[in-house]
Design a protein around this ligand. Structure first.
Ligand code: ZN
Length: 336
């Protein structure tokens, strides 16, 4: 029996299962609404943060903010997509009218919805979005792989685009954490820069994945100082911990940039060190629709190949547990 996983308590891992019969598929309500039949939903560490009550979001709702599928039903004004078309779901759903959206930064739109974060998401068979949030895909696109682009890939891509501005040919880029985002970042850096890429992970199998993704060198955190010295022009931190931040800053060369993507820990540094080294520190939050379109092109031409670990939708609990235990190499997706 297929089941949907809902968060029902902000203070623990308890979840409520509802069968599709108890929760009917959504209908288009607004004129620009689209119901997507879910092909795949990525399993993100943010889902664990929501389940543990560590993110300030309202519950209960269905998880899943990294989705792909096929257009199932459309509102009367929808013109950008057609029923049956495969689509990638940009994670933010909004009307496009606010100042941030007009500047292309939907992630900062005050009235946005983020399915799976603050309303029902894609750990389900159907998902309600609007046409503005959809990217049409070719009929032969691998929808399980494409789903991972909409959040994991997008945040990695935005970080790599920012980093690439400082990465000359032969300069050093350090990727901290080779999980669902980091393994994509290695490939993106190889695709859009001529930098030397060093990937860091505690797990040997993740280091192997980094090498297969094109890293020039992979090492454990304890080996980073020997591998990178203080030569990195850019560090992208997908771990997010006191220790990863400390190591990241220590790896930077003069004028180097540290990009924080993973959420956790605190960053502290002597201001003298920041001044003397002209260090830049920048957070990266998901990405823009145009960036997701660009990343989709990289994936469609084979430059970025997500390492997908598929689970059935009914195995959502196991996928989340495996993610929490660090046993997933690549990105888990749920397939209804
Ligand atoms: Zn996420």
């Amino acid at each position: 029996m297929r089941a949907m996983v809902m968060t029902d308590r902000p203070d623990g891992l308890s979840r409520q299962r509802l069968s599709p019969h108890e929760r009917p598929q959504p209908e288009p309500e607004g004129p620009f609404d689209v119901v997507v039949r879910v092909a795949a939903a990525g399993v993100c560490r943010s889902d664990l943060h929501i389940l543990m009550g560590e993110l300030p979001v309202s519950v209960p709702h269905v998880l899943g903010h990294e989705n792909s599928g096929w257009v199932h039903a459309v509102g009367p004004m929808v013109s950008a997509v057609e029923v049956g078309e495969p689509v990638l779901c940009y994670p933010f759903v909004s009307d496009g009218l606010s100042g941030p959206e007009r500047r292309g930064v939907d992630s900062a739109a005050p009235g946005r919805r983020t399915p799976g974060i603050d309303c029902d998401g894609g750990y389900a068979e159907y998902l309600l979005v609007t046409e503005r949030s959809l990217i049409p895909l070719p009929a032969d696109a691998d929808l399980a792989a494409m789903a991972t682009l909409s959040d994991a890939g997008l945040a990695a891509y935005r970080a790599c685009r920012k980093a690439a501005a400082t990465l000359g040919p032969g300069s050093l880029a350090v990727v901290l954490g080779v999980g669902g985002l980091g393994h994509l970042a290695v490939q993106i850096l190889r695709s859009i820069s001529a930098a030397r890429v060093v990937a860091v992970d505690t797990r040997a199998e993740a280091r192997d994945l980094a090498m297969s993704c094109g890293a020039h060198h992979a090492c454990s955190p304890g080996e980073l100082a020997a591998a990178a010295g203080s030569e990195a022009a850019a560090v992208i931190d997908f771990v997010g911990s006191d220790e990863s931040a400390r190591q990241g800053l220590a790896s930077l060369s003069f004028g180097g940039a540290y990009f924080a993507v993973g959420v956790g820990g605190s960053l502290t540094a002597p201001i003298l060190q920041l001044v003397a080294n002209e260090t830049r520190i920048e957070g990266v939050y998901v990405g823009t629709y145009p960036e997701l379109v660009e990343l989709t092109q990289l994936a469609l031409r084979g430059d970025v190949r997500p390492a997908v670990v598929p689970y059935r939708l009914s195995e959502a609990d196991k996928a989340l547990t495996d993610l929490a235990e660090g046993s997933i190499v690549g990105r888990a997706v749920l397939i209804p």
